[in-house]
Design a protein around this ligand. Structure first.
Ligand SMILES: Nc1ncnc2c1ncn2[C@@H]1O[C@H](COP(=O)(O)OP(=O)(O)OP(=O)(O)O)[C@@H](O)[C@H]1O
Ligand SMILES: [Mg+2]
Length: 262
Protein backbone atom coordinates (compact mmCIF):
# COMPACT_ATOMS: atom_id res chain seq x y z
CA UNK A 1 0.00 0.00 0.00
CA UNK A 2 1.18 3.49 -0.83
CA UNK A 3 1.63 5.94 1.99
CA UNK A 4 0.99 9.62 1.59
CA UNK A 5 3.45 11.27 -0.81
CA UNK A 6 5.12 14.31 0.74
CA UNK A 7 7.77 15.14 -1.87
CA UNK A 8 7.54 14.28 -5.53
CA UNK A 9 9.89 14.96 -8.44
CA UNK A 10 8.48 14.67 -11.94
CA UNK A 11 10.87 14.25 -14.86
CA UNK A 12 13.39 16.71 -13.45
CA UNK A 13 16.08 17.85 -15.90
CA UNK A 14 18.91 20.25 -15.14
CA UNK A 15 21.38 21.18 -17.85
CA UNK A 16 24.46 23.30 -17.34
CA UNK A 17 25.21 24.31 -20.92
CA UNK A 18 25.73 21.00 -22.67
CA UNK A 19 26.11 19.03 -19.46
CA UNK A 20 23.06 17.01 -18.47
CA UNK A 21 23.59 17.03 -14.71
CA UNK A 22 20.10 15.66 -14.02
CA UNK A 23 18.09 13.91 -16.72
CA UNK A 24 14.41 13.00 -16.29
CA UNK A 25 14.56 11.99 -12.65
CA UNK A 26 11.34 10.95 -10.89
CA UNK A 27 11.08 10.46 -7.16
CA UNK A 28 8.28 9.85 -4.71
CA UNK A 29 9.06 10.26 -1.03
CA UNK A 30 6.33 9.13 1.35
CA UNK A 31 5.66 10.49 4.81
CA UNK A 32 7.82 8.71 7.35
CA UNK A 33 10.42 7.50 4.83
CA UNK A 34 14.14 7.44 5.27
CA UNK A 35 14.76 7.82 1.56
CA UNK A 36 18.34 7.25 0.39
CA UNK A 37 19.99 8.68 -2.73
CA UNK A 38 23.25 7.13 -3.88
CA UNK A 39 25.44 7.39 -6.95
CA UNK A 40 29.07 8.01 -7.91
CA UNK A 41 30.77 11.42 -7.77
CA UNK A 42 29.20 13.84 -10.22
CA UNK A 43 26.06 11.72 -10.61
CA UNK A 44 23.85 14.76 -10.01
CA UNK A 45 22.76 14.09 -6.43
CA UNK A 46 23.49 17.55 -5.00
CA UNK A 47 22.11 19.26 -8.09
CA UNK A 48 18.90 17.27 -7.64
CA UNK A 49 18.70 18.37 -3.97
CA UNK A 50 19.27 21.98 -5.01
CA UNK A 51 16.28 21.72 -7.29
CA UNK A 52 14.09 20.05 -4.63
CA UNK A 53 14.87 22.84 -2.16
CA UNK A 54 14.48 25.71 -4.63
CA UNK A 55 18.14 26.73 -4.84
CA UNK A 56 18.22 25.88 -8.56
CA UNK A 57 15.41 26.09 -11.05
CA UNK A 58 15.15 22.92 -13.15
CA UNK A 59 15.55 23.13 -16.91
CA UNK A 60 12.26 21.21 -17.01
CA UNK A 61 10.09 19.09 -14.76
CA UNK A 62 8.18 19.75 -11.58
CA UNK A 63 8.62 19.39 -7.82
CA UNK A 64 5.55 18.89 -5.64
CA UNK A 65 5.72 19.38 -1.89
CA UNK A 66 2.56 18.17 -0.16
CA UNK A 67 0.91 18.14 -3.57
CA UNK A 68 1.76 21.75 -4.42
CA UNK A 69 4.24 22.75 -7.11
CA UNK A 70 7.14 24.66 -5.56
CA UNK A 71 8.94 25.45 -8.78
CA UNK A 72 9.67 29.21 -8.94
CA UNK A 73 9.35 29.59 -5.18
CA UNK A 74 12.25 31.02 -3.23
CA UNK A 75 14.27 28.66 -0.99
CA UNK A 76 13.27 30.59 2.18
CA UNK A 77 9.65 30.24 1.22
CA UNK A 78 10.01 26.50 0.69
CA UNK A 79 11.86 26.21 4.00
CA UNK A 80 9.02 27.99 5.74
CA UNK A 81 6.59 25.48 4.29
CA UNK A 82 8.45 22.73 6.09
CA UNK A 83 11.46 21.62 4.06
CA UNK A 84 14.84 21.91 5.76
CA UNK A 85 18.22 20.86 4.43
CA UNK A 86 21.88 20.62 5.23
CA UNK A 87 24.75 21.10 2.82
CA UNK A 88 27.59 18.90 1.62
CA UNK A 89 30.03 21.53 2.87
CA UNK A 90 29.32 22.51 6.45
CA UNK A 91 27.78 25.96 6.58
CA UNK A 92 28.00 26.97 10.20
CA UNK A 93 29.04 30.34 11.53
CA UNK A 94 32.36 29.21 12.95
CA UNK A 95 32.86 32.22 15.22
CA UNK A 96 29.45 31.85 16.78
CA UNK A 97 28.46 29.52 19.57
CA UNK A 98 26.45 26.38 18.95
CA UNK A 99 23.35 27.94 20.50
CA UNK A 100 23.72 31.06 18.35
CA UNK A 101 23.95 28.89 15.26
CA UNK A 102 20.78 27.07 16.26
CA UNK A 103 19.02 30.37 16.90
CA UNK A 104 19.62 31.33 13.28
CA UNK A 105 17.47 28.36 12.33
CA UNK A 106 14.51 30.02 14.04
CA UNK A 107 14.98 33.24 12.12
CA UNK A 108 12.41 32.17 9.56
CA UNK A 109 9.77 31.47 12.17
CA UNK A 110 9.53 34.68 14.17
CA UNK A 111 8.00 37.94 13.10
CA UNK A 112 10.61 40.13 14.74
CA UNK A 113 11.78 42.86 12.39
CA UNK A 114 15.24 44.36 12.16
CA UNK A 115 13.77 47.46 13.82
CA UNK A 116 12.48 45.39 16.78
CA UNK A 117 15.93 43.85 17.13
CA UNK A 118 17.79 47.17 17.02
CA UNK A 119 15.71 48.88 19.68
CA UNK A 120 15.32 45.58 21.59
CA UNK A 121 11.68 46.25 22.37
CA UNK A 122 9.31 43.93 24.20
CA UNK A 123 8.44 41.96 21.06
CA UNK A 124 12.09 41.30 20.37
CA UNK A 125 12.78 40.24 23.96
CA UNK A 126 9.83 37.86 24.05
CA UNK A 127 10.82 36.29 20.72
CA UNK A 128 14.41 36.08 21.92
CA UNK A 129 13.33 34.31 25.10
CA UNK A 130 11.25 31.78 23.18
CA UNK A 131 14.06 31.17 20.71
CA UNK A 132 16.63 30.59 23.43
CA UNK A 133 14.29 28.21 25.24
CA UNK A 134 13.49 26.24 22.08
CA UNK A 135 17.12 26.30 21.00
CA UNK A 136 18.15 24.76 24.30
CA UNK A 137 15.39 22.15 23.93
CA UNK A 138 16.70 21.18 20.48
CA UNK A 139 20.25 20.89 21.79
CA UNK A 140 18.98 18.55 24.47
CA UNK A 141 17.11 16.53 21.90
CA UNK A 142 20.22 16.04 19.75
CA UNK A 143 22.52 15.47 22.72
CA UNK A 144 24.56 18.64 22.26
CA UNK A 145 23.62 20.52 25.44
CA UNK A 146 27.14 20.46 26.80
CA UNK A 147 28.37 22.35 23.72
CA UNK A 148 25.84 25.19 23.76
CA UNK A 149 28.48 27.88 24.39
CA UNK A 150 31.27 26.26 22.37
CA UNK A 151 32.35 28.05 19.20
CA UNK A 152 31.13 25.95 16.27
CA UNK A 153 34.52 26.22 14.56
CA UNK A 154 36.23 24.60 17.54
CA UNK A 155 34.16 21.43 17.43
CA UNK A 156 35.05 18.06 15.96
CA UNK A 157 33.80 17.57 12.42
CA UNK A 158 31.20 14.99 13.39
CA UNK A 159 29.74 17.30 16.01
CA UNK A 160 29.58 20.21 13.57
CA UNK A 161 27.52 18.05 11.25
CA UNK A 162 25.16 17.36 14.09
CA UNK A 163 24.83 21.07 14.87
CA UNK A 164 23.82 21.60 11.25
CA UNK A 165 21.10 19.01 11.56
CA UNK A 166 19.95 20.58 14.82
CA UNK A 167 19.72 23.94 13.06
CA UNK A 168 17.60 22.33 10.35
CA UNK A 169 15.29 20.99 13.07
CA UNK A 170 14.86 24.51 14.43
CA UNK A 171 12.84 25.29 11.31
CA UNK A 172 10.27 22.81 12.59
CA UNK A 173 10.23 21.03 9.23
CA UNK A 174 8.20 18.09 8.02
CA UNK A 175 11.01 16.85 5.82
CA UNK A 176 14.78 17.14 6.11
CA UNK A 177 17.19 16.79 3.18
CA UNK A 178 20.69 15.74 4.26
CA UNK A 179 23.57 15.95 1.77
CA UNK A 180 26.25 13.43 2.81
CA UNK A 181 25.85 13.90 6.55
CA UNK A 182 28.42 11.18 7.35
CA UNK A 183 31.15 12.61 5.10
CA UNK A 184 34.42 12.90 6.99
CA UNK A 185 33.10 11.12 10.05
CA UNK A 186 34.91 8.27 11.75
CA UNK A 187 33.00 4.97 12.18
CA UNK A 188 31.93 5.82 15.71
CA UNK A 189 30.60 9.23 14.72
CA UNK A 190 28.84 7.65 11.74
CA UNK A 191 27.21 5.09 13.96
CA UNK A 192 26.04 7.78 16.39
CA UNK A 193 24.68 9.79 13.48
CA UNK A 194 22.72 6.81 12.18
CA UNK A 195 21.07 6.28 15.55
CA UNK A 196 20.34 9.98 15.74
CA UNK A 197 18.70 10.09 12.29
CA UNK A 198 16.66 7.00 13.08
CA UNK A 199 15.46 8.63 16.29
CA UNK A 200 14.35 11.85 14.66
CA UNK A 201 12.64 9.80 11.95
CA UNK A 202 10.70 7.97 14.65
CA UNK A 203 9.58 11.34 15.98
CA UNK A 204 7.86 11.93 12.67
CA UNK A 205 10.40 13.72 10.47
CA UNK A 206 10.65 12.41 6.92
CA UNK A 207 14.29 12.12 5.85
CA UNK A 208 15.89 12.23 2.40
CA UNK A 209 19.59 11.49 2.59
CA UNK A 210 22.41 11.49 0.05
CA UNK A 211 25.25 9.32 1.24
CA UNK A 212 28.35 7.62 -0.11
CA UNK A 213 28.63 5.28 2.85
CA UNK A 214 26.86 2.22 1.49
CA UNK A 215 26.42 0.54 4.83
CA UNK A 216 24.78 3.71 6.10
CA UNK A 217 22.20 3.81 3.30
CA UNK A 218 21.60 0.08 3.08
CA UNK A 219 20.94 -0.34 6.78
CA UNK A 220 18.90 2.83 7.30
CA UNK A 221 16.87 3.65 4.22
CA UNK A 222 13.55 1.99 3.49
CA UNK A 223 13.81 3.12 -0.13
CA UNK A 224 16.82 3.92 -2.31
CA UNK A 225 17.22 5.88 -5.54
CA UNK A 226 20.37 5.29 -7.57
CA UNK A 227 21.66 8.01 -9.90
CA UNK A 228 24.39 7.61 -12.50
CA UNK A 229 25.39 10.34 -14.98
CA UNK A 230 22.28 12.31 -14.02
CA UNK A 231 19.87 9.45 -14.67
CA UNK A 232 17.93 7.20 -12.38
CA UNK A 233 19.26 3.69 -12.92
CA UNK A 234 17.38 1.97 -10.11
CA UNK A 235 14.92 2.56 -7.31
CA UNK A 236 13.53 0.27 -4.65
CA UNK A 237 14.21 -1.24 -1.27
CA UNK A 238 17.87 -1.67 -0.31
CA UNK A 239 17.50 -5.39 -1.06
CA UNK A 240 16.12 -4.74 -4.54
CA UNK A 241 18.77 -2.16 -5.36
CA UNK A 242 21.59 -4.42 -4.16
CA UNK A 243 20.45 -7.13 -6.55
CA UNK A 244 19.92 -4.84 -9.54
CA UNK A 245 22.27 -5.87 -12.36
CA UNK A 246 22.65 -2.37 -13.74
CA UNK A 247 23.55 -1.03 -10.32
CA UNK A 248 26.08 -3.78 -9.70
CA UNK A 249 27.75 -3.47 -13.08
CA UNK A 250 27.47 0.24 -13.84
CA UNK A 251 28.05 1.66 -10.43
CA UNK A 252 29.45 -0.64 -7.80
CA UNK A 253 31.64 -2.84 -9.95
CA UNK A 254 31.34 -6.58 -9.78
CA UNK A 255 32.06 -8.30 -6.51
CA UNK A 256 31.97 -5.19 -4.38
CA UNK A 257 30.58 -5.62 -0.91
CA UNK A 258 27.39 -3.63 -0.79
CA UNK A 259 27.25 -3.53 2.95
CA UNK A 260 25.12 -6.63 3.40
CA UNK A 261 27.75 -7.83 5.80
CA UNK A 262 27.20 -11.59 5.46
N1 LIG B 1 26.56 25.19 -10.86
C1 LIG B 1 27.07 24.32 -11.74
N2 LIG B 1 27.52 24.72 -12.94
C2 LIG B 1 28.02 23.83 -13.83
N3 LIG B 1 28.11 22.51 -13.61
C3 LIG B 1 27.69 22.05 -12.43
C4 LIG B 1 27.14 22.92 -11.42
N4 LIG B 1 26.79 22.18 -10.34
C5 LIG B 1 27.11 20.91 -10.65
N5 LIG B 1 27.64 20.83 -11.89
C6 LIG B 1 28.05 19.61 -12.58
O1 LIG B 1 26.94 18.74 -12.57
C7 LIG B 1 27.34 17.40 -12.38
C8 LIG B 1 26.63 16.85 -11.15
O2 LIG B 1 27.19 17.45 -9.98
P1 LIG B 1 26.64 17.19 -8.53
O3 LIG B 1 27.40 18.06 -7.61
O4 LIG B 1 25.16 17.33 -8.54
O5 LIG B 1 27.03 15.65 -8.31
P2 LIG B 1 26.98 14.78 -6.99
O6 LIG B 1 26.30 13.51 -7.36
O7 LIG B 1 26.45 15.55 -5.85
O8 LIG B 1 28.54 14.46 -6.76
P3 LIG B 1 29.37 14.26 -5.38
O9 LIG B 1 29.14 12.84 -4.97
O10 LIG B 1 30.79 14.47 -5.80
O11 LIG B 1 28.89 15.26 -4.39
C9 LIG B 1 28.85 17.42 -12.26
O12 LIG B 1 29.40 17.12 -13.50
C10 LIG B 1 29.14 18.84 -11.85
O13 LIG B 1 30.43 19.25 -12.26
MG1 LIG C 1 27.17 16.14 -4.05
Amino acid sequence: MMGEVILEAKEICKYFGGLKAVEKVDMQVEKGDIFGIIGPNGAGKTTFFNICSGIYQPTSGDILFNGESIINQRPEHIAKKGMARTFQNIKLFKNMSVLENIKIGFHNRTKTTMFDAIIRNKKYRVDEEVIVREGIAILEKVGLSEYRDTLAGNMAYGLQRRVEIARALALDPQIILLDEPAAGMNPMETHALMTFIQNINKEGYTIVVIEHDMKFIMSMANKVLVLNFGQKIAEGTPEQVKQDEEVIVAYFGKGLDLGGGH
